[in-house]
Design a protein around this ligand. Sequence first.
Ligand code: AMP
Ligand code: GLY
Length: 419
Amino acid sequence: MKIAVVGSGGREHAIIWKLLENKKIDKIFALPGNGGISQLAECIDIGADKIDEICDFAEKEAVDMVVVGPEVPLAMGLVDMLNERGIKAFGPDKNCAQLEASKAFTKEFLERHNIPTARYKEYTEVEGLLSDIGIYGFPMVIKADGLASGKGVVIAENAEDAEKAIRDMMELKVFGDAGSKIVVEEYLSGIEASCLCFVDENSIVPMASAQDYKRVFDGDKGLNTGGMGTYSPSLMFTDEIEKEVRENILEPTLAGFKKDGMKFKGVLFVGLMLTKDGVKVIEFNNRFGDPETQSVLSRLDTDLYSILDAVTENRLSEIDIKWKEERAVCVVMASEGYPEEHPTGIEITGLEDVEGAVVFHAGTKLSDGKLVTSGGRVLCVTSMGKTHDEARALAYKNVEKIQFKGAHYRKDIGLIIEK
Ligand code: AMP
Ligand code: GLY
């Protein structure tokens, strides 16, 4: 079989690595892939947002399935277009992809179906929003409605910071059109957890839980990033919480999809806050999380292709998905300055000394035979262990063997941080 995987990050590297366990897959194309992915798949120079070119390529190569990694092509309707051409594709259609592409769309969905979430209000005018600063007290949660690479949320500690964030989003358009509409939410305190689920029209099946660390610095300080590290399973995600999530969030979500005529097929990523008043939804994404996938798929015992194929054919309930007992920890190494301006093209060394970790590449490329940085998040060093502490120690031991100038990473991935 031939598969095409759309995307170029650590998530796509992990998906490809896992798909290759299926012996029936003899060829994977990565569109566009990266330096690490090129060791497993043929990288084709077509960007993830070039949806017409992706369709043409998939048709020409007669691939058996296209797996879409990132949110942007999903929001552009790539899966609909592939399906129209008779090509099997994993990921939700354009209508369902609004669950990530518009925060207001998701809040309306959650409210309509009585799914627990923070109180919120939406705004399209600066003046109305400025006069509502502090409406739910401080910190004030201010979100650009549209896609902003995980960076469109500001948690403002005071009125001055709130005003700056609002003006940046609505007047200076720092997130482009994504900031034309703003959602303001009540601040939720608690511990975050990510629950990724496989979903088809009949079932919603949670994967092993994971914990992400979104802020750039230790102790959850600094700017939000795409994610600086993860571990799985989450230490906070007890059986009791899992039951609450299933009953109060996942089942009503599936019922809501049916009621609203949304034929969601793919991965629903439910961002959760475990609060004193119960578990609440922070956000929905409609794809595998990055870097959650690196930890979660490391623990998947079942053939990934069979699950993806079943989802596309509404046969998910027939698959018995199994997880390894071992724990996983993934530490992201990032470029100097990330998530703000950062250099690229910096040589990476030490990878040959890695032992007991899989290094998924997020932002690397080969240049004159050398591996160099090509993005903000560069490498995702992922280790497994019999215990959580063992996995954590092994991941950090390997991180220390890898060098590139200005590299930074969090030292507290795998520790519990309460807000
Ligand atoms: P989002 O892109 O909506 O997931 O938000 C990014 C991050 O901002 C989340 O992972 C949380 O850490 C934080 N966040 C978002 N909404 C809230 C909220 N209502 N209360 C507290 N923190 C939040
Ligand atoms: N790690 C968070 C995300 O993938 O959105």
